[in-house]
Write a protein that binds this ligand. Sequence first.
Ligand SMILES: [Zn+2]
Length: 213
Amino acid sequence: MVHNTKKPPFPRRERIKVRVENSGVNGEQFINFVTKYRNIKFPRLEFKSGELEAIMPNGKDPSGLVQKYMNWIRRKQEFIISCLEAAKKLETVKRKKEQLELLVDKTLKRYSMDFGLQVNKVFYRKMRTKWASCSSKQNLTINTMMRHLPKRQIEYILYHELVHMIEKKHNDRFWKLIRKKFKNHEKLEMSLFSYWFLLNSPQVTAGNDALME
Ligand SMILES: [Zn+2]
């Protein structure tokens, strides 16, 4: 496969054959992915909408990259499948927008006292890629879809965003603060992916912490 075009074509869907040892029929496996060409130096792989995307520098062949990261791809695919499986058993909550706002207000008050910080403004809107995000001005943006989540998940998202106002990165310090209140944060994050699949399918984004800033 040679891509010698200088100008990137539109995203292309490819089905590539990759040799994986000890798997499938004759040790061969098919991987479906979309190739997008950009004016970048380094290629990368992403899972967007539950689908694998190879973001390539113009004119570069993606098959080597896909082969190299085969293990990573399989891990992600398994994660997505298990989230979809778990989503079947989940139930969404019926909550009005006003009820969500009330719960958010109450929870933020409680948690911000713990940290001795003040949230500036809270915005509500439908977001396509994440549950919530926070800005350096201490503003919080809430995905209105959060109204379908159980209380515990809402509390976790808010706490997560508040911790980001202290520590931007997902580093040791960040997770230490998270564990102070949410020892089972991994389970919660997993369930948030499942809820995302449930509420947004087929428009889903999966990846490491892709759903929260
Ligand atoms: Zn985060």
